[in-house]
Design a protein around this ligand. Structure first.
Ligand code: NDP
Length: 298
């Protein structure tokens, strides 16, 4: 089996390089790749890459993920998050490939407190959310065999993330102030990548499983709960902090005005994914504890 991976060095892309390897030959590209075009700001050139490589599976982990920046560069966000996946979908359809694509809880308006199901009404609040919604719609429209996985609050050992920022701040200050009215589940890039590999193998035998799914770790928290957990774990691992979990003050999102509006309710219902693919999704605390262990003990 030949797998073509775009966005190979992002949080999810990096983990996919590991998890996809046992499936077959993986051709992993990023925007600087020279032999094959993989710059999503030039979507029209991506079809040629697919036609030349003729993969069985395309996995797209590239995206414009700078949520605030997207508000001031909507054309670029639309090229990366919508036009490029649209081109990939048409090209995948033409060569008979399965296309795996990632989307986000930001396609919803964040109302209520019930976990969102796949076919609930969307209502993005930001350019990022709107362009990601357009992307998933183009994928579904142009490629019959597609897998769109909506996820949220992604972290990885590699690169910066919310947990590492909290740790840094907790070493500098005695008190931190963190939002407590946005709800979701921190989800590891490693979990997303592993589930992707399982789902691809399953879909190869049962193409009827194609479609849209929610993929997040189990449980829920707020950024405030997440920060408290991170600091408690770090202390348990022997880190010396000025601010422990009790030094984290809760504030509403309105205390931190951002350029782009974020949803209050980012809970995603994963029953469909778990049932169709027979998967168990671990609690978010397990993944975050593991990430901290790796980050602090390495
Ligand atoms: P990252 O920001 O870590 O990675 C994005 C990747 O896209 C990087 O490899 C980046 O490359 C690449 N990219 C950026 N611009 C271009 C371009 N012009 N051409 C080609 N590649 C480009 O994102 P994640 O791994 O966190 O996200 C993976 C998926 O999950 C995305 O679809 C995202 O929308 C979705 N998602 C992410 C969430 C999160 O919290 N991060 C939450 C919900 C969904 P480079 O390193 O060169 O910039």
């Amino acid at each position: 089996m030949k797998v073509l991976l775009f966005g190979k060095d992002g949080q999810v892309g990096w983990e996919l390089q590991r998890s996809l390897a046992p499936l077959g030959d993986v051709v992993a590209l990023d925007r600087t790749s020279t032999e094959y075009a993989a710059d999503f700001s030039r979507p029209e050139r991506l079809a040629d890459t697919v036609t030349r490589l003729r993969p069985n599976v395309i996995v797209n982990a590239a995206a414009h993920t700078a949520v605030d920046k997207a508000e001031s560069e909507p054309e670029l966000a639309r090229a990366l998050n919508a036009a490029a996946p649209g081109v990939l979908a048409q090209a995948a359809q033409d060569v008979g490939a399965l296309l795996v694509h990632y989307s986000t809880d930001y396609v919803f308006d964040g109302g209520g407190d019930r976990p969102w199901r796949e076919f609930d009404a969307t209502g993005p609040l930001s350019v990022y959310g709107q362009t990601k919604l357009e992307g998933e719609q183009l994928v579904a429209r142009h490629c019959e065999r597609h897998l769109v996985l909506r996820t949220s609050w992604v972290y990885a050992v590699r690169g910066g993330n919310f947990a590492k920022t909290m740790l840094r701040l907790a070493k500098e200050r005695e008190r931190l102030t963190v939002i407590d009215d946005q709800f979701g589940a921190p989800t590891g890039a490693d979990l997303i990548a592993d589930v992707t590999a399982h789902a691809i193998r399953s879909l190869m035998h049962e193409p009827s499983k194609a479609g849209l799914y929610h993929l997040v770790a189990a449980g829920e928290t707020t950024w405030h709960g997440y920060a408290r957990f991170v600091l408690a774990q770090a202390q348990a691992l022997g880190e010396v902090l000025k601010a422990g979990p009790d030094g984290v003050d809760a504030v509403p999102a309105s205390a931190f005005p951002a350029v782009a509006t974020r949803p209050h309710n980012s809970r995603l219902d994963t029953s469909r994914l778990r049932e169709v693919f027979g998967l168990n999704l671990p609690h978010w605390q397990e993944g975050v504890a593991r990430m901290l262990n790796e980050a602090l003990r390495s």
